[in-house]
Write a protein that binds this ligand. Structure first.
Ligand code: ZN
Length: 335
């Protein structure tokens, strides 16, 4: 009996050891590089940020529009008081030289939120004022190739969103996943032609402001902003597979999967009295959701980070803040 107990104890110790050792086996570092100051465009109130395969950074911002208490009446945009934003709100800049490539989007949007460049280079935008999602050719932002949702009408069926926040598109199937959003508690899934497939929900604990979305291999993961959870579902069945939570992540505003380094980068916002931080979670299957790093750059306040983007080579992480600030970090994972 004593022997058995000892053996059991040794096995438990070994298991604990293994867990503690894993971050040492796969150390990561994230270093602050620079604040990005594009000289020829003015970027205010960053809603969304993404980067394409050629290091073009796409910023969807709000110009002078500020989300105030009276911006919405209930869930509907206050059109009596506020009109369309008459400034350019789509900026494409070279992430290396910071030169402006495209500046456009005036007189189209009301409350810009998310931007995603898919693997074919199409650009997806969400506007929480319009309650709509748009797909664009990156060379033509005049007319969308696809529109989902009904203009200025909130709802929770296949034709309506409620302040949709972001989009992720599957490279293999073309399926479209919309994080929906501020006032729905779902991911809405559509096929590549925009036909509604299903709602994906957390039945055990409904998500609370579904604010950001990313695909991780066969999973679709959403940031449940206000309760600080990253909730991951099977892309094809919609079943919940995994939830990432951490004491440093009281809220989570932005998430992005980095397939090169097999990590999920996340940024908190208002953090219940703790400073806002970046967090790196392992996304490798064997260690999924384990915290690898908490990053708190000394001279940068991340409190207003609203979106995060990762370069295609995986080395560079970019954050965009509601105060207009853009920052760059260098990330390395040493296998
Ligand atoms: Zn937001």
């Amino acid at each position: 009996m004593k022997f058995l107990l000892l053996v059991t104890f040794a096995i438990v110790l070994a298991a604990v050891d293994l867990n503690q050792a894993s971050p040492v086996k796969a150390p990561v570092s994230i270093d602050y590089m620079a604040r990005l100051m594009p000289s020829d465009v003015e970027i205010k109130h960053v809603g969304g940020l993404d980067i394409d395969a050629n290091d073009n950074m796409i910023i969807f911002h709000r110009g002078s529009r500020v989300w105030k208490a009276d911006s919405f009446i209930g869930n509907e945009f206050n059109r009596q008081k506020y009109g369309v934003i008459d400034e350019n709100v789509i900026e494409i800049i070279d992430a290396n030289t910071l030169e402006s490539r495209v500046s456009t989007g005036a007189n189209q949007f009301y409350m810009p939120h998310g931007v995603t460049v898919d693997s074919d280079g199409f650009v997806w935008l969400t506007d929480v004022g319009l309650h709509q999602v748009f797909k664009y050719d990156a060379r033509d932002f005049e007319k969308p190739l696809l529109t989902l949702g009904t203009k200025f009408e909130s709802g929770s069926d296949s034709q309506h969103f409620c302040k949709p926040t972001g989009v992720a598109v599957s490279k293999s199937t073309g399926d479209i996943y919309v994080s929906d959003g501020y006032c729905n508690r779902r991911i809405a899934q559509f096929d590549k032609d925009g036909r509604f497939v299903r709602d994906i929900v957390d039945q055990e604990q409904p998500m609370f402001i579904v604010h950001s979305i990313t695909l991780v291999n066969n999973l679709v993961c959403a940031a449940s902003r206000e309760d600080g959870r990253i909730v991951c579902f099977d892309q094809s069945t919609g079943k919940k597979v995994s939830t990432i939570q951490n004491e440093h992540m009281k809220t989570v505003y932005a998430i992005e999967y980095d397939p090169v380094n097999e990590v999920i980068q996340a940024v908190t916002g208002e953090n219940h009295g703790q400073p806002s931080t970046g967090l790196t979670f392992d996304a490798a299957e064997s260690n999924f959701g384990n915290l690898l790093s908490v990053w708190k750059p000394k001279h940068v306040n991340l409190a207003e980070v609203h979106d995060i983007a990762i370069s295609y080579d995986g080395g560079r992480v970019f954050t965009g803040q509601l105060n207009g600030e853009l920052d760059e970090f260098f990330f390395e994972r040493k296998y």
